[in-house]
Design a binder for this molecule. Structure first.
Ligand SMILES: Cc1cc2nc3c(=O)[nH]c(=O)nc-3n(C[C@H](O)[C@H](O)[C@H](O)COP(=O)(O)O)c2cc1C
Length: 374
């Protein structure tokens, strides 16, 4: 009943809150023999970590994971993997003054309405702190994708406020997402350097105004073989959509041409099938990719491209009207440490959820192959 597990063949279960002792993930169904070290996990945990640039929250967490089980001599054993990431910088005092007031845009009121009791410190289980556990599981999933068929998942900032980046999802690289051409870290994780600079300026500007700004993240999965996805309820588009919607602050999800399909005619929208490559590598592809790599909810072999609309951070240092738990009207300003724009830290979370879904469907697909097909 409770929604703390995700997946059917590659099952990820998380536990943990923003200001508790730590966050845990248990990964069940990971094939044996995948190399896995703390250093592997650190790569994406570091990309997700707070305090990495001036544009994000300054909460100081080292996010060093501890692998508790399922790995022996640097390789997965095939048994359940448990990973713990301790919370180190839980300044609960930052939140004491707002424990009875409902923060606009947060889950305080809805948690009270549901449970009648809530951990008010930093949003408890509704906080994005919880995603640290998913990112650790995502590292394992990415390794499986890479080892099984050279699959890769990348996410980047496509839009901040009115600034839209020009990016080709078919060829964008991790290097472009993480670094500017100058070699400096790409603080907004936008691979279009001209847009990235404008975005960074805009984020700095809204922070000065004690405000925040929303945007759009784009996720691409490449080298994914055709055939992943289960009709009818577990279509790949349905599970990838759920994966993105399960992340905090996501208000919209589309794939391929998405809402743009509404204004097209069929003759303009259809992607034409053609043959590509020679010999054993000869395969069916489409000339264009308005279908976003999914037909009938099953992967077509073309890049799978999704976009997620992310809301502007709700916590603001400026005063806003609200109500208390006992129904009195009052005001609130949030003095904790917050991201003025959520996009820069969103990328590793979306990549993790995408990779988890793709591995789940890959493992399920192997069980669905007809007899005689391997
Ligand atoms: C990377 C990331 C960091 C976040 N950090 C904050 C934050 O510092 N302050 C805040 O108000 N919301 C933050 N959020 C969003 C809230 O967790 C989220 O809006 C809130 O729990 C309500 O959930 P909902 O927006 O999905 O309805 C963050 C979200 C993400 C993805």
């Amino acid at each position: 009943m409770a929604g703390n597990s995700f997946g059917k063949a590659f099952v990820v279960t998380t536990a943990g809150e923003s200001h508790g002792p730590g966050n845990v993930v248990i990964v069940d169904g990971c094939p044996p023999g995948i190399s896995l070290t703390v250093e592997d996990l650190m790569v994406d945990l570091e990309r997700r970590r707070p305090g990495q640039s001036k544009l994000v929250t300054q909460r100081a967490e080292s996010d060093t994971p501890e692998i508790l089980s399922g790995v022996f001599e640097g390789k997965t054993t095939g048994t359940s993997i448990a990973i713990l990431v301790r919370n180190e910088d839980q300044k609960s005092r930052d939140y004491a003054s707002i424990k009875d007031r409902y923060r606009p845009g947060h889950a305080d009121y809805t948690f009270d309405a549901k449970y009648g009791f809530r951990d008010y410190r930093g949003g408890g289980r509704s906080s994005a702190r919880e995603t640290v556990a998913r990112v650790a599981a995502g590292v394992i999933a990415k390794k499986i994708l890479a080892e099984a068929f050279g699959g890769e998942v990348l996410c980047y900032t496509k839009q901040v406020g009115p600034i839209i980046a020009e990016v080709d999802p078919g060829s964008v690289t991790l290097e472009q997402i993480e670094k500017l051409p100058s070699g400096e870290p790409n603080a907004v994780r936008c691979p279009d350097p001209v847009a990235a600079e404008k975005m960074a300026l805009l984020i700095a500007e809204v922070r000065k105004d004690q405000d925040s700004i929303g945007g759009v993240a784009e996720v691409v999965a490449r080298n994914i073989p055709p055939g992943l996805g289960e009709p009818a309820f577990d279509k790949l588009k349905a599970d990838l959509g759920k994966a993105l919607f399960s992340l905090p602050a996501v208000l919209g999800v589309e794939y391929g041409i998405g809402f743009g399909a509404a204004t097209l005619r069929g003759s303009q929208n259809n992607d034409i099938f053609v043959m590509s490559g020679e010999g054993e590598a000869r395969k069916v592809v489409t000339e264009t990719n308005r279908h976003g790599g999914l037909l009938g909810g099953i992967s077509s072999g073309m890049p799978i491209v999704f976009r997620a609309a992310i809301k502007p951070t709700s916590s603001l240092p400026r005063e806003q009207r609200t109500v208390t738990q006992s129904g009195e009207e009052t005001t609130i300003s949030t003095r904790g440490r917050h991201d003025p724009c959520l996009l820069p830290r969103f990328a590793p979370m979306a990549e993790a959820m995408f990779a988890i879904v793709l591995v789940d469907h890959y493992l399920r697909h192997r069980g669905q192959l007809g007899l005689g097909r391997v």
